[in-house]
Design a protein around this ligand. Structure first.
Ligand code: GLC
Length: 755
């Protein structure tokens, strides 16, 4: 606490001021301690009264029906106080009925914790997290999470199993769609925004839910990009690349973590005390709840680290997994494990404390029931749908736009829309669609029709082929439609089932014969644009080479179709930037921008340098890339210092000008390279970004500051360190190119030149 003491006060008066301030401070701390002590005291009060069976019951989470109903068995367990939590049970009718049994009929009346996968929306669905991350709009990410929390909490859900904060450098992995992409800095920023959106400052509030940082940890680095597969990586890579988003989530106050299915360096995450005790609890001081993933306790048997369920329960509990999702070995074996001393009662009590602590923090003891009226008045509010439409439009990435093919001129009178994905309601949803209903969605075709409804524009829709596009028999109709139109919109990509969990692909081409369909449309010579609808980077080399315009729209949620029409017709200027690299081919994977230089960086003329003999090293589209309907000029890079001490900042400024004819948004990105250090450092690392909205002709200065933390890294002993040396900065609108500058870090600043 700092006291502003005026110079001319009498010494007595100064003492009085200091005394009063100290008393006030002491009273505040006592109040705060009493506040938190109340929670811990309440936990102790309950714990002292709980039987072992009731304690083990709190560590059990069971699965409801996919439509939100609880199972008959849940009522019995709730009545006996043996059900700590459920997943998938949702809707006030369902949650209140089950909760009433737990709170009014059980011995200790401990409320049930209702969890659900609200990954990017509850009923109002936002773009998939990978798509939303492409907006680079942290406020948007926080806002969509808050809307999701409002809908979910109103429906009786207390806990979302989100944000998924796994770094994903491998697009073969289907769950990349749930991630924030390949970069730790952007991923950490998104993790913080999403946790804050879900939880706010107090997740007992009726418009908030508890967040869950998942999947702890390094799940996205599954070998071969094959879901659930082995993860093996250095502690350096773990700490520098895969853990930062988790630490950001924890620092943002995430109430829970979920363990991942994979082994990490031979030890399954669910039984990994290095992750759960050393990093999460002792290094990060996390005091929330750790839940396993779906039967991941039981899977320790298949991992070959547990002979049976009892041993699986033993090693998970001892490693620090508090709650068991769906499998029941904690309950089935817990009593015997305690009796035999294989698991101490302290371990059980600590796990139960973590469960009870989040239930108190959620306010469940004070307010265990949800309100049906609130649910009715909250779900799908018009302003939520409008926000979903705006955020979807921000998530789209314009990958190509030759000769200003886009936006489509509204004077165009005949438009062909081709592709089954353009009008398939079911596929407006994606793998993690929460409680969203397809019938609520706007398809791309609907969005286009609505956009031109007031105009004398004819729309002709032809699928060209079914969703799996395994036949060319209807290509002719699509070609006729294109020939008979002034402009064609081809919608291509992935159906929802080949993205998300358990959907790894060995090739990243457009599935089926979609590319053949695009080629025959291309041959008509008529103008067209490709709208991609997908959950991962795709190897769209032919499109990149030949198609006049490509708009990446990901899976874009309930209002995606309307948002796509907004961008196609120019009512919204696209501003998205790729959060993940698009490789040219699967052989390049893993391919990410912030790689190490190697001792033989590519020299095309020199055989003996790091390259392929059958492919360029460069990506098809780089991290951070995205076009606009207008053009931005970034120039006049300046640094406020070119020599700093290790503990000093350096301020980077550039001027950004909208030199085009349309208002637009640019994402200015700041990358840094540490040229020489005690360990090899990446060729560049994202250390700052700013979304800046500029009217046509407008010019503004963007400033970003590099701090010592931005320049720190792990030395050879894995200790965070800052070293002297030369640094490069790159400022631009992609991870490639940009204005370059340099500065030095030295123990002592260069002595001021004495004249
Ligand atoms: C799934 C996922 C996890 C999800 C959980 C509950 O298998 O791995 O992300 O939260 O089970 O649905």
């Amino acid at each position: 606490m700092r006291l502003a003491i005026k110079r001319n006060l009498s010494p007595l008066l100064v003492c009085l001021i200091i005394f009063n301030a100290s008393v006030a401070f002491a009273q505040k701390s006592v109040r705060a301690n009493r506040q938190s002590a109340t929670v811990e005291q309440k936990i102790n009060f309950l714990l002292a009264r709980m039987t072992l069976a009731e304690k083990l019951g709190q560590l059990q989470q069971l699965d409801g029906e996919s439509d939100g109903r609880f199972r008959p068995e849940h009522l019995e367990l709730a009545r006996k106080g043996l059900l700590g939590s459920t997943l998938n049970v949702r809707g006030v009718k369902q949650t209140n009925e089950l909760q009433r049994v737990a709170v009014e009929q059980s011995r200790l009346k401990i409320p049930i914790l209702f969890g659900f996968d609200v990954i990017h929306g509850y009923r109002t669905l936002f773009p998939i997290p990978l798509g939303e991350t492409a907006s680079w709009d942290l406020q948007a990410a926080e806002k969509s999470a808050h809307i999701a929390a409002q809908e979910a909490r109103s429906a009786g859900v207390h806990w979302t199993f989100a944000p998924m904060v796994d770094i994903a450098r491998d697009p073969r992995w289907g769950r990349i769609m749930e991630s924030a992409g390949e970069d730790a800095f952007l991923g950490a920023a998104m993790a913080k925004a999403r946790v804050q959106g879900f939880q706010g400052g107090d997740y007992s509030q009726i418009d908030r839910v508890m967040a869950c940082a998942k999947h702890f940890a390094a799940y996205g680095a599954a070998e071969g990009g094959r879901d659930y597969n082995t993860v093996d990586m250095s502690e350096r890579t773990l700490r520098e690349v895969y853990l930062p988003p988790f630490e950001a989530a924890k620092n943002a106050g995430a109430g829970s973590f979920m363990t991942s299915f994979n082994t990490l360096n031979g030890v399954p995450a669910t039984a990994n005390s290095f992750l759960l005790r050393q990093i999460l609890r002792s290094e990060w001081k996390f005091d929330g709840l750790v839940v396993s993933d779906y039967t991941s306790v039981a899977e320790l048997i298949k991992h070959g680290v547990a002979r049976d369920g009892s041993e699986a329960a033993q090693i998970s509990l001892n490693a620090g997994t508090d709650m068991e999702m769906v499998s029941r070995f904690y309950n089935q074996s817990g009593a015997e494990l305690v009796k035999s001393g294989k698991v101490s009662i302290k371990t059980i009590n600590d796990a139960v404390r973590n469960v009870l602590r989040v239930k108190f923090r959620l306010g469940l003891f004070e307010r265990p029931y949800a309100d049906e009226n609130l649910e009715k008045n909250t779900i799908k509010k018009p302003e939520f749908l409008q926000t979903a439409r705006e955020i979807a439009a921000k998530s789209f990435v314009l990958l190509k736009n030759e000769k200003e093919t886009l936006p489509i001129n509204k004077n165009v009178r005949k438009i062909a829309v081709i592709g089954a994905l353009a009008d398939d309601k079911a596929n407006t949803l994606d793998w993690w669609a929460g409680d969203a209903k397809a019938e609520d969605s706007v398809t791309i075709l609907q969005g286009i029709r609505e956009k031109v409804a007031a105009l004398p524009t004819k729309i002709r829709f032809e699928k060209g082929c079914e969703l799996n596009c395994d036949s060319e028999k209807d290509f002719g109709k699509a070609v006729d439609a294109a020939k008979d139109s002034d402009f064609t919109i081809i919608v291509a990509g992935e159906t929802r089932d080949i993205s998300g969990e358990a959907a790894s692909r060995t090739n990243l081409d457009l599935p089926g014969k979609q590319l053949d369909l695009i080629k025959v449309i291309h041959q008509t010579g008529k103008p067209y644009a490709v709208v991609l609808k997908n959950g991962r980077p795709l190897t769209i080399n032919w499109l990149a080479e030949n198609s006049p315009a490509i708009l990446e729209t990901w899976h874009s949620g309930t209002m995606g179709g309307a948002a796509i029409a907004d961008v196609l017709f120019g009512d919204v200027n696209p501003s998205g930037k790729l959060p993940v690299t698009f490789p040219r081919n699967v052989g390049q994977i893993p391919l990410f921008y912030n790689a190490l230089p190697t001792g033989r960086p590519l020299e095309t003329e020199n055989r003996y340098t790091s390259k392929y003999i059958d492919s360029p090293n460069t990506p098809l589209y780089p991290f951070g890339f995205g076009l606009s309907y207008t053009q931005f000029k970034i120039d006049n890079l300046r640094l406020d210092k070119t020599q700093i001490k290790r503990n000093e900042n350096v301020k980077i400024s550039v001027d950004v000008e909208n030199v085009g004819k349309r208002d637009g948004v640019e994402v200015v990105q700041l990358y840094v390279r540490d040229l020489v250090a005690s360990v090899s450092r990446p060729v560049k690392e994202l250390k700052g970004f700013r979304r800046i909205s500029l009217r046509a002709g407008e010019k503004r200065t963007v400033e970003m500051t590099l701090t010592p933390k931005d320049l720190s890294f792990l030395n050879q002993k894995l200790q965070p360190t800052n070293e002297d040396g030369d640094f490069q900065v790159f400022v631009g609108n992609s991870s490639e190119g940009g204005l370059e500058g340099t500065f030095k870090v030295g123990q002592t600043a260069v002595a001021e030149k004495k004249n």
